[in-house]
Design a binder for this molecule. Sequence first.
Ligand code: GAR
Length: 189
Amino acid sequence: MKNIVVLVSGSGSNLQRIIDCCASGEIPNARVSLVVADRECYGLERAEMAGIKTMLIKRGKDFSDKLDSVVPENTDLIVLAGFLSILSQEFTQKFEGKIINIHPSLLPKYGGKGMWGHYVHEAVAAAGEKESGATVHFVTAGVDEGEIILQGKFDIMPGDTAEDLAKKVHSVEYDIFPEGIRRALAILK
Ligand code: GAR
């Protein structure tokens, strides 16, 4: 059984998808062993409702060091599911090849520091892009720069607002995240 630690900062709908896919076998032979949040958020409540151990480590300079001290020895994969803090270089190097993230754009477009959640959708809408999507990628010290595992995309319709894009991106995320996690687990270092 593979052990997955999930990091969250928000509503945790992607976390819920991961929990459900582990239960249904869509992500086979894996379980979420711990959910860590960097702030109070609904993601923590979802984890508690599913009977998963949770931890709140307040965001800040020493977040990564504290996280390092609580990640269980038997952890196979660390999954960032709507997680908004930036992990330290020491942490990302220590767990290289074992941390993945979902990002709400077609990277390398609309990635990097400050590009998260609604900021991404607003920028995509303002730029008049014809398509958008989501990316599952490995996490390295460079924000949103790690190797891409897979992407899913959709066409942007005339009149689509940032809110419309957020909904469409979430739906793509629910599609590709389980597959991204399966692939990452299959090629673990
Ligand atoms: C998701 O769209 C995810 O891609 C994005 O936050 C949302 C979280 O939704 N992550 C980032 O922007 C990170 N750069 P959720 O809490 O409902 O899963």
